[in-house]
Design a protein around this ligand. Structure first.
Ligand SMILES: [Zn+2]
Length: 661
């Protein structure tokens, strides 16, 4: 218990009043004098007694008040002690932060935060105790040493408890930041020694090579991949070259395993709705982790989640955040991932379209521009943008809207129709799909140049010579044999041919047999731009190509030729079987479904009979063509003067690959 010290002042001197009274003359006088003195002293004593009583009464109440306060203080201190005991018990039960599982870090943070909130009222309790002890000082009451030690102890324990909570929360949050699900810690396994993955201030990863003591933005595997792409540079045609590079990239990132609709649902799951919204690197990692976790479940042996996430992040940053600001727009990530995912080509077009379309599933010029801009970044990153009209997407947007009657808004169907024409700026995308389809294709044919048999991959069949086939590597390197010229028409197959296609090609070869060498020299087969054009940036060559293109387009437009063409088409029964795409059709014909094969054979006989007849008509066609060419010569001169490159990109967008002969 407690004790206190009191120091009152009592007037005890009154006891000594009878000492040394003198003898006086008369007894009665003396007696009276004594009585007077006694009365006086009695009155004094009386007065002092009352004063003393008053004093004692005051003191009594003061002591009672102090006692009350002391009791209050004691009970408050006991309560606080109990609460602190309980809190310290909880604290003692805390698992060390280092032992907490990464997955339960968040849970621990929440628990600690709740605990902190629960402990908040203790602050008031401590305050009350300190106030009470403070009130004792004016009452001249000093706490006993035991009590004052207890009070100091309580204050100290409260402080320690607060510090411990704060410290734990900080440690947990740091651990969560560094190792939690949104941290990049799990990605550190994407590299092996001597490489180390590090993260810059804005969360962008970079890689340290401890052996060479160098750092770089690219993952070592990404660097390897880029180096390996160099061997594709001998592919003469830029669309193939780009598509083959992208195909290799797509496989390295395992995006060839990702379904379009899975990608789309992952975007929805991560609430990636606002296209203009900027994603931080952790946001991108979150989304990619969901994607690759899903892929890993289906392809355990193919997908290494940390490596894939890191590589894909690396690629997205290379394409859409070259300055490594650590931010990527939602739309860019979507376009990038959708472009490289697996699915039907036209489905992909629709998915891409829907990313930029407004609520009514329509798209204006600006929105289409956004889509094309983000799409063109993919070949741009591989240094292949020049072949696809440069990074200016405006001509492509105009070209697309030329096909729209409404001119203000584009519908998905119209976009797909335009994409079917394989516009120059995005031609790499359909070619990517063809490259993928051709990978496993085996053709029962022998390459006339390297003698590969069966031909694996793309097969190119001459439409000028019978039984003249070329494999893809010979075709891409521009090799020829048997007097076959590069400008002769050829047809590409990425899947084995059907007999319908064989028959159709046969008739085309027949027809081309009667065309002069001069014809082919004047009508060089236009296809993918050769590498030289891209590397040299030879504008003159581009312009002259455009002129040739114009001459070819116009030669079928006049009415007379159109009629001839229709007649010929009727006679040929122009067939085109399913399964083949992207050939250079000499007539730029539409693609009706072929009739039965028996019918085709019958028609082939008919065709042979009408050989002479056809020959005559061909001559007429060529005559018309010559006339048109002279007209076009003037136009060509004009173009040479102005070197109007824009006109080139705009118009050649439309039919850059599906040139008529
Ligand atoms: Zn070959």
């Amino acid at each position: 218990m407690f004790s206190f010290i009191v120091q009152p002042t009592f007037p005890f001197e009154v006891v000594k009043v009878f000492v040394l009274l003198p003898f006086s003359p008369s007894v009665s006088e003396k007696a009276q004098g004594v009585a007077r003195a006694i009365r006086k002293q009695t009155a004094e004593v009386q007065e002092r007694w009352e004063c003393l009583q008053d004093h004692a009464g005051g003191w009594q109440s003061q002591v009672e008040k102090a006692f009350e306060r002391l009791q209050e203080l004691q009970s408050n201190m006991d309560q606080l002690d109990l609460r602190l005991d309980r809190a310290e018990e909880t604290k003692a039960g805390w698992q060390p932060v280092g032992d907490v599982l990464i997955d339960s870090l968040q849970e621990h943070i929440e628990k600690t935060t709740t605990f902190k909130e629960e402990m908040a009222p203790l602050r008031q309790d401590v305050h009350v105790v300190n106030e009470l002890s403070g009130e004792l000082a004016p009452l001249d009451v000093q706490l006993s040493s035991t009590s004052s030690r207890q009070l100091d102890d309580l204050n100290m324990r409260w402080k320690l408890l607060q510090v411990a909570i704060e410290e734990r929360l900080k440690l947990l949050q740091e651990a969560h930041r560094d190792f939690g699900p949104s941290s990049q810690h799990f990605l550190s396994t994407s590299v092996q020694l001597p490489w180390q993955r590090a993260v810059s201030q804005n969360k962008v990863p970079y890689y340290i090579n401890h052996q060479t003591q160098t750092t770089c933005w690219d993952h070592p595997k990404m660097t390897e991949l880029y180096q390996s792409l160099a061997d594709l540079n001998n592919v003469r045609f830029s669309a193939y070259r780009t598509a083959m590079k992208i195909r290799r990239l797509q496989k390295a990132l395992c995006l060839d395993l990702l379904d379009l609709n899975v990608a789309q649902s992952t975007f929805e799951q991560h609430k990636l709705i606002q296209n203009a919204q900027l994603l931080t690197v952790p946001d991108v990692i979150n989304c990619l982790t969901s994607i690759y976790d899903g892929l890993e479940q289906q392809h355990k042996d193919l997908v290494n989640v940390p490596l894939c996430v890191d590589m894909c992040l690396n690629w997205l940053l290379n394409v859409y955040d070259t300055g490594r600001s650590g931010k990527i727009r939602v739309l860019s990530m979507k376009i990038g991932l959708l472009s490289l995912s697996k699915g039907h080509l036209e489905e992909k077009y629709k998915y891409l379209f829907s990313q930029v379309a407004s609520s009514g599933d329509k798209c204006d010029q600006r929105q289409l521009g956004l889509l094309l801009h983000d799409a063109i970044q993919i070949p741009r990153q591989l240094g292949e943008v020049a072949a696809f009209g440069g990074s200016n997407i405006e001509p492509s947007v105009r070209s697309c809207f030329q096909h729209v009657t409404n001119k203000v808004e584009l519908e998905p169907r119209q976009f797909v129709d335009w994409m079917r024409l394989e516009p120059q700026s995005v031609v790499w995308l359909p070619v990517l799909h063809r490259v993928a389809a051709a990978e496993t294709a085996k053709h029962q044919a022998k390459c006339n140049i390297c003698k590969e048999c069966p031909i694996v991959g793309f097969r190119y069949r001459s439409l000028k010579h019978f039984n003249y086939d070329v494999c893809q590597s010979c075709f891409f390197s521009g090799r020829t044999a048997k007097g076959h010229k590069l400008n002769y028409p050829m047809v590409e197959y990425c899947t084995p041919t059907t007999s319908g296609e064989d028959m159709r090609d046969f008739t085309k070869v027949l027809k081309n047999k009667f065309r002069s060498k001069k014809y082919f020299a004047k009508h060089p087969r236009l296809g993918y731009l050769p590498v030289q054009t891209v590397l040299n940036g030879d504008n003159m060559e581009i312009v002259s190509d455009f002129c040739i293109f114009l001459s070819l387009s116009l030669c079928v437009s006049p009415r007379t030729l159109q009629i001839e063409y229709e007649q010929l088409k009727e006679q040929h029964g122009g067939q085109r079987g399913p399964g083949s795409v992207g050939h250079w059709d000499p007539e730029g014909s539409s693609h009706p479904r072929g009739p039965d094969e028996a019918d085709l054979l019958a028609e082939a006989k008919l065709l042979r009979q009408h050989k002479g007849h056809l020959e005559a008509r061909m001559h007429i066609l060529e005559e018309h063509n010559k006339q048109l060419e002279s007209q076009l010569h003037r136009l060509r001169q004009l173009l040479h003067q102005h070197r109007h490159i824009h006109a080139y990109t705009e118009s050649s967008d439309i039919q850059f690959l599906t040139q008529p002969q």
